[in-house]
Design a protein around this ligand. Structure first.
Ligand code: SF4
Length: 277
């Protein structure tokens, strides 16, 4: 049907047209984005990630040299969120470090805890150190993977401190950004965008950066710990050993990808729609 022709006075009474969309659903190709960002600095990657997702993205902080992520987010001058998994089995040094980081950056870390009932059942059935007998998977699932999965279901994107040089077998081709191959986000399966701004940095480069920026560091690093995790599953290493040799040393090397990053062993999922802010 033809629309009636309105007089100027009638037109003035019509509801205003909505403004053209400033943002909205856009087609995002993570592989293309990864290619585009591959040669960008960690600061540029961080800035892009925080700019795209605002309050729907958070930095996963493990309490180790990944404090570099917080320093970089701080330098971007954008608001940022930080969360960490408190497994209940961390070293006292790590808990003190969390507090120091909170003070230094004037931030409040979002602590994520395991389900008390699940922990209670595991320790009742198998004791406090079952992982030395039957592997770290069951305990890590309860204390790390499930709490992380729950946390990520409230986000649309997250930022990790993974680097290619940490585990060349599984992380050698780690992209700077990818659809998370293991976890689902708030928008459902295959939508959670995971950023790895430190992917191309080496261990030495990270440490030069932390030293130059005078960033707080976990005391454990001064005691020979290259990698920081739960107290019973992490130990110091000798200078010539690879940093991952200090984790789950009683297990095979290629089973050391904690479920959190197990997707590194698989193909990246095809891209999905994301909303750009
Ligand atoms: Fe349990 Fe060790 Fe995994 Fe920590 S690292 S959750 S103590 S198995």
């Amino acid at each position: 049907p033809l629309k009636p022709i309105l007089t100027p006075a009638q037109q003035a009474l019509q509801p205003a047209k909505p403004p053209p969309a400033q943002s909205g659903e856009i087609e995002l190709d993570p592989e293309k984005l990864a290619e585009e960002m591959n040669t960008c600095s960690p600061l540029e990657i961080m800035d892009r990630a925080l700019g795209m997702y605002g309050n729907d993205i958070a930095i996963a902080f493990g309490g180790a040299e990944d404090v570099a992520l917080i320093e970089i987010a701080h330098q971007s001058a954008r608001p940022y969120r930080v969360f960490t998994l408190d497994t209940g089995r961390m070293n006292p040094e790590t808990y003190r470090f969390f507090t120091e980081v909170e003070r230094h950056y004037n931030i409040q870390i979002e602590y994520v805890f395991p389900d008390a009932g699940e922990v209670e059942k595991l320790t009742k059935d198998k004791g406090m150190f079952s992982f030395y007998q039957d592997g770290h998977e069951e305990c890590c699932n309860i204390r790390r993977i499930r709490p992380l999965s729950k946390k990520l279901q409230g986000l649309r994107s997250w930022i990790t401190g993974q680097r290619r040089d940490q585990l060349p077998v599984s992380r050698g081709k780690l992209p700077v950004v990818q659809i998370d191959p293991s976890f689902d986000g708030r928008d459902g399966p295959e939508t959670l965008l995971k950023w790895n701004p430190l992917a191309s940095m080496s261990h030495n480069e990270i440490w030069r950066f932390l030293t130059n920026m005078n960033v707080p560091i976990n005391e454990l690093h001064t005691k020979g710990f290259a990698s920081v995790g739960c107290e019973p599953c992490t130990r110091s290493i000798l200078p010539w050993q690879h940093e991952r040799e200090g984790r789950w040393w009683w297990e095979e090397t290629n089973s050391k990808e904690l479920g959190i990053n197990k997707g590194n062993m698989n193909n990246v999922r095809p891209y999905r729609r994301q909303q750009e802010f």
